[in-house]
Design a protein around this ligand. Structure first.
Ligand SMILES: CC(C)(COP(=O)(O)OP(=O)(O)OC[C@H]1O[C@@H](n2cnc3c(N)ncnc32)[C@H](O)[C@@H]1OP(=O)(O)O)[C@@H](O)C(=O)NCCC(=O)NCCS
Length: 153
């Protein structure tokens, strides 16, 4: 990852840029601005962004994880990197930071679902050590199955 970039918690000033990034990254099943606002600072969620180091820099990517207070799992709900910032290791760094912080919050299992045709995301998760363990049939609006993956933390 370029040295001028940092991984940090999302803050209220990021919310408009996160909503715009979401619109550009996904065609359906997007996180609404209200959901981003909800997860920004929630005590059972972790919303991390990758951004340039300067104070007012908008996010170039984000990862959102959340968990039930009773239990040991956390779920990676969504991760996206702006098209112009892909291929530089940002998603890997966001996942690495999420894993570390989730462990500090007492989570020992990290789970996710990913569309079976999303080869880039599946390769990313495999590289970070996620293991496939099942499928949800016709999980997405377009009819695609979801591959379920997990990683011990
Ligand atoms: C999937 C996504 C998050 C990857 O972000 P990224 O910052 O470009 O990923 P990284 O640069 O950290 O790549 C890490 C690894 O992931 C894999 N990977 C990433 N993009 C890939 C691609 N287009 N094709 C194949 N493998 C890919 C590779 O293993 C890569 O390691 P390498 O560069 O050493 O080969 C990004 O493409 C994206 O935002 N896609 C749209 C949103 C999305 O589908 N999100 C996931 C579902 S919720």
């Amino acid at each position: 990852m370029p040295p001028r970039l940092v991984i940090r918690p999302a803050r209220p000033a990021d919310l408009a840029a996160l909503a715009a990034l979401e619109t550009r990254s996904f065609t359906g099943e997007r996180l609404s601005p209200a959901r981003f606002q909800h997860w920004c600072g929630a005590d059972n969620g972790l919303l991390l962004v990758a951004a340039e180091r300067r104070a007012s820099a908008p996010p170039l990517g984000y990862a959102l994880s959340f968990w039930r207070r009773q239990g040991v799992s956390a779920r990676l709900y969504s991760i996206a990197i702006a098209a112009e910032a892909r291929g530089q290791g940002l998603a890997q760094r966001l996942l690495q930071a999420s894993e570390r912080q989730l462990k500090q919050r007492g989570r020992s299992r990290y789970t996710l679902e990913v569309a079976v045709r999303n080869a880039a995301a599946i390769a990313l998760y495999q590289k970070r050590g996620f293991i496939p363990f099942g499928r949800y049939r016709a999980y997405y609006q377009d009819g695609q199955d979801a591959l379920r993956m997990y990683k011990p933390l």
